[in-house]
Design a protein around this ligand. Sequence first.
Ligand code: FNR
Length: 185
Amino acid sequence: TTYKVATFVGSLRKASFTRKIANVLKDLAPEQLELEIIEIGDLPIYNQDLDDEGKPPAAWTAFREKVISYDAVLFATPEYNRSVPAVLKNALDVGSRPYGKSVWNGKPGAVVSVSPGALAAFGANHHLRQSLVFLNVPTLQQPEAYIGNVAKLLDEEGRISNEETRKFLAEFLARFAEWIERNHR
Ligand code: FNR
């Protein structure tokens, strides 16, 4: 079986390290996993009135319909002020509503946090996990993926220049594949 993994990147900038890591993960994915990045930058900021009035923006509806068709979810996130960037939190919020129709419910997930700093976006990683508990996303616990000092890990072409990190990311994906196998429905 091949599992389709919706992959979300919590940075919108062109040269995003986090997006580069997401692309590396896509390339390293074992044959059971197919990673696809789903764009979240054009989702209007969540406003419950629009759902309550039955007039959700088309971008919300398209996003919800898209995510629901995947087997699993992978979040690659930088850290903004020790937390999850608003663009990624907004995507979680949009996907979680209307109440009772959350697209996240029950989908196996994993988190990779990325930072040029030494603390490896630990704060974002765990704030994200707090939401994923509530959203009922069974989230891979081990191995945890904290990618710190990321600028030193990527070469000019956005490839991982360091064998140890590449091996770690491949192992992370292998464990995620097992996790999806055990937890998907
Ligand atoms: C940051 N940055 C940052 N880094 C970090 O490790 N912890 C933090 O709390 C913050 N806070 C923060 C807030 C805001 C508003 C910005 C714009 C940046 C730095 C951040 O890690 C850096 O800009 C990364 O390059 C962002 O990830 P991408 O865009 O390269 O994927």
